[in-house]
Design a protein around this ligand. Structure first.
Ligand code: G1P
Length: 295
């Protein structure tokens, strides 16, 4: 085990416009779209809590106020539930509520990219390592992705990025890492490229949206120039940080659903629904019939 500071805070960049889900996202933030009966953001916050995170930092934007309301009590609703003796619902709501003072909200005023969104959290995070969870990606695994990363981090210190394998023809959609020395649960990262041109990716390991970063990234992002897509890219900032600090890749082997895309969102709904004992019996046969009718 190497010397490392404990990971207490997690950043959730939730300012994205969600244009792929219009018209739904005209009035509802994409992070609040439901997978079965919970908003997408709840799955991501649960993953962070499972990994021991104590403080949740949301980088929001205009039109995202409902996310802040969601992580607060809803007085009228709770009074009504109490009056109606709806105890199961009350317990459900209180179990999901972050502890008082453990959620912070700041705004990214302009959509200048992921690197810029992360930089907006600098004052709240301060001088300690932090987790970063992209809220579009929700994961299903026996051990949560961030929890596995924390275990690797306790051995390696430094920075940790979760990666998964993709088909080579999909690499241009993601940040891709180069693979070095093997570690327990992962490997040393030798290089990183954001959205590599077809045929130039150093491997098929893509960055899946979970990071543990050291606070020195903030000073780098402060002066980071725009990169791919004319946005301030986190990957470009991490490349600079990698000149002075180690980066490890955590090889996540569970299932990931990109809920920022329609196919991933729909598959997440079906997949989480069939895992639920209260729902599966109602949908199993109709789903089979639907699939059979496709043939
Ligand atoms: C971002 C990151 C990229 C990562 C991806 C995962 O890209 O910049 O490195 O692979 O998330 O979803 P975006 O999806 O914002 O284009």
């Amino acid at each position: 085990m190497v010397q490392h500071s404990k990971l207490r805070k997690a950043v959730f960049p939730v300012a994205g416009l969600g244009t792929r889900f219009l018209p739904a996202t005209k009035a509802v933030p994409k992070e609040m779209l439901t997978v079965v009966d919970k908003p997408v953001i709840q799955y991501v916050v649960d993953e962070a809590a499972e990994a021991g995170i104590e403080h949740f930092v949301f980088v929001t934007g205009r039109g995202k106020g409902v996310i802040e309301d969601y992580f607060d009590i809803q007085f009228e609703l709770e009074q009504t539930l109490k009056a109606r003796n709806k105890n199961a619902e009350l317990t459900l709501l209180s179990g999901l509520l972050p502890k008082a003072g453990s959620a912070s909200f700041t705004r990214q005023q302009e959509p200048l990219g992921l690197g810029h969104a992360v930089w907006c959290a600098r004052d709240i995070v301060g001088g300690e390592p932090f987790a970063l969870l992209l809220p579009d990606m929700i994961m299903r695994a026996e051990k949560g992705c961030l929890k596995g990363m924390v275990e690797l981090y306790e051995n390696t210190g430094g920075n940790v990025i979760a990666v998964e394998e993709c088909a080579p023809d999909q690499a241009h959609k993601y940040g891709i890492v180069g693979v070095g020395e093997q570690l327990e649960g992962g490997f040393r990262i030798t290089e990183m490229v954001e959205k590599p041109a077809k045929g130039t990716a150093p491997s098929n390991f893509f960055i899946n949206g979970r990071y543990i970063l050291q606070p020195e990234i903030f000073a780098i992002l402060e002066t980071q120039e725009r990169g791919a897509g004319n946005e301030i890219q986190l990957t470009d900032g991490m490349l600079k940080l990698a000149k002075t600090q180690a980066f490890a890749g955590y090889h996540f082997k569970g299932q990931t659903f990109d809920c920022g895309a329609k196919d991933g969102f729909i598959l997440a709904n079906v997949s989480f629904a069939i895992e639920r004992a209260d729902i599966r019996p109602m949908i199993e046969e109709p789903l089979k019939a639907l699939l059979a009718a496709l043939k």
